[in-house]
Design a protein around this ligand. Structure first.
Ligand SMILES: NC(=O)c1ccc[n+]([C@@H]2O[C@H](COP(=O)([O-])OP(=O)(O)OC[C@H]3O[C@@H](n4cnc5c(N)ncnc54)[C@H](OP(=O)(O)O)[C@@H]3O)[C@@H](O)[C@H]2O)c1
Length: 238
């Protein structure tokens, strides 16, 4: 496949680039001009399109001819960065392209996710505080996802738990709703979040889904697998 990775220079983005290259995909990466150097080690293997990810012209050029687009949705600043990025990808990607977006557990499509009091309070405070400081616009990531859910594109929105670095544990397991017991450990290795994003490109059962993922080596995932941790990679376990 020829794929575009929007936000390629970040931590998640760089892992996605490596997984994609390992699978033999041709990769076009979008990242801010100032971050091009972060991709130096991969520069001879990918095409880099420098620019802001919400710049429609940058995205239009980057996604042209791509079979899939992996987008890191981040709500930096108070300038509709997430929703602008999502709209640019939805508007300019090829008609049949697989579109996979990343976000966190706080996104809910059907309102059936069950969050702890602590999570809800922390989110409310973080949303208010980071916006007041003009750092981050969490509610714009919510708007971005609403726009994706309403589109008729071949999309998947992957909802990441808390993230950590470390060696791969394999493809994360997933569930439809936050609050499902298998997700209780709330931890995924960033390298495996990236793996799930790349695998989703070729997994049509994930079209129109909002999987909430958790590391397959975490206690809650292992408990669900009867302590063995075995089973088909990327299992849906709800
Ligand atoms: N962090 C978590 O614990 C967590 C938990 C659940 C889900 N997620 C989701 O995982 C994805 C990746 O998150 P991450 O925390 O691992 O971050 P990350 O991979 O390091 O990505 C951060 C992205 O934001 C860009 N960025 C940083 N500062 C920016 C600015 N001022 N203006 C515009 N872009 C800027 C970075 O680009 P440059 O390379 O140009 O700086 C990079 O592409 C996101 O979709 C997030 O919602 C994260």
């Amino acid at each position: 496949m020829k794929i575009c990775i929007v936000g390629a220079s970040g931590k998640l983005g760089q892992y996605m680039v490596r997984h994609a290259l390992d699978r033999g995909h041709e990769v076009v990466g979008v990242c801010r001009e100032r971050s091009v150097g972060k991709l130096a080690a991969l520069a001879d293997r990918i095409t880099i399109v420098p620019g802001q990810t919400n710049d429609r012209d940058v995205i239009r050029r980057a996604v042209a001819g791509c079979d899939g687009v992996l987008t890191v949705l981040v709500p930096w600043g108070v300038r509709q960065y997430s929703s602008g990025t999502a709209k640019a990808v939805l508007d300019h990607a090829e008609p049949d392209a697989r579109l996979v977006f990343s976000c966190g557990w706080h996104i809910s499509r059907d309102g059936q996710d069950r969050y702890s009091w602590l999570f809800r309070t922390g989110l409310r405070v973080a949303t208010w505080l980071t916006k007041a400081l003009r750092l981050v616009e969490i509610d714009d990531q919510v708007l971005a996802c609403r726009t994706i859910f309403d589109s008729d594109r071949r999309w998947t929105v992957v909802r990441g738990s808390d993230l950590e670095e470390g060696e791969s544990q394999g493809l994360p397991v997933w569930s439809e709703h936050v609050g499902d017991p298998v997700l209780a450990s709330n931890m995924t290795r960033r390298i495996d979040f990236a793996l799930f994003m790349v695998e989703a490109l070729t997994d049509d059962t994930l079209i129109g889904q909002v999987p909430a993922i958790v590391g397959r080596g975490t206690p809650s995932a292992l408990a669900h697998a009867g302590g063995s941790g075995q089973g088909p990679a990327g299992d849906q376990v709800s």
